[in-house]
Design a protein around this ligand. Structure first.
Ligand SMILES: Cc1ncc(C[n+]2csc(CCOP(=O)(O)OP(=O)(O)O)c2C)c(N)n1
Length: 253
């Protein structure tokens, strides 16, 4: 069969994405792989995957990958970056995490990595629930959203407010770049790749903690079709979670 789309070198040969139908993880990983290739980083990268659907990163990405315990991706990435520096080896280190991993169980590690200005990059997949374990309420579940642990909808009285991760990370002095993007249509996919590229370039330039949150579909747990999931991101979720750059240290110069 004629190949229509090229496969980035950083994607393992013959790998077929095994995510649920319509899940944005596959596209997110492909964009990350394209950026790694364009910045010539493949041979020098160590990727840190988290518990959750993001753990499958190492099945698809043809770079050195390590799996971190739940919530500890930024801490593991910090150790890897610093240990290599101590050996005078400059490695490109990024984490690929779910929102539950980054902003709930791992919030302390994540926030302090940003406050310390660790020179690592983070790709955080925000699907507004704990996807892998069956769609429980997560830190980013929006008010009114039905999940397996909030069957009547997230209620501010009982569950509090969701966290706006990209905005919070932008508040940290050690952060050089923080943006939120989505993959719900071509325009947004192109923009997402640009922001991922900037995020990775800033680490190469040694500017500190760089972060991209990707608002992602989860058709299985949202109980929607893939196209309705993207419609939900475009029409509802991006109103609550604005798609924009919240901090760019170079723009503020
Ligand atoms: C210490 C610990 N607690 C709980 C779990 C179970 N667990 C595995 S993945 C996961 C949810 C991950 O959710 P998220 O980070 O949002 O990623 P997603 O699966 O949605 O991509 C949980 C609770 C675990 N592996 N380790």
């Amino acid at each position: 069969m004629q190949q229509v789309y090229s496969t980035p070198k950083s994607i393992k040969k013959d790998s077929t994405f095994t995510f649920c139908a319509g899940c944005d993880h596959g596209l997110a990983i492909k964009l990350v792989a394209e950026v790694l290739d364009e910045l010539n980083l493949r041979e020098n990268t160590i990727a840190v995957a988290s518990s959750g659907c993001s753990v499958f990163l190492y099945d698809f990405l043809d770079v050195d990958c390590i799996e971190s315990p739940h919530g500890r991706a930024c801490a593991v990435a910090t150790g890897i970056k610093r240990a290599h520096r101590a050996l005078n080896e400059e490695k490109f280190v990024f984490t690929y995490q779910g929102d539950g991993d980054f902003a709930s169980i791992g919030l302390s590690e994540s926030l302090h990595s940003a406050l310390r200005g660790e020179n690592i990059s983070v790709i955080c997949i925000n699907n507004t629930n704990y996807g892998m374990t069956g769609g429980q309420m997560g830190p980013t579940t929006v008010l009114g959203q039905h999940t397996t642990t909030s069957p009547n909808g997230r209620n501010v009285k009982y569950h509090g407010y969701p966290i706006k991760t990209a905005e919070q990370i932008a508040l940290c002095d050690g952060t050089c770049f923080s943006a939120r993007v989505a993959l719900c249509d071509i325009k947004n996919i192109i923009n997402a790749k640009e922001q991922i590229k900037k995020c990775f370039e800033y680490q190469k330039q040694n500017l500190g903690f760089s972060f991209v949150e990707i608002l992602s579909s989860c058709p299985t747990n949202w109980k929607l079709s893939p196209s309705d999931s993207h419609k939900k991101i475009k029409e509802e979720l991006s109103e609550i979670y604005p798609l924009k750059v919240f901090k760019d240290i170079k723009e503020n110069d």
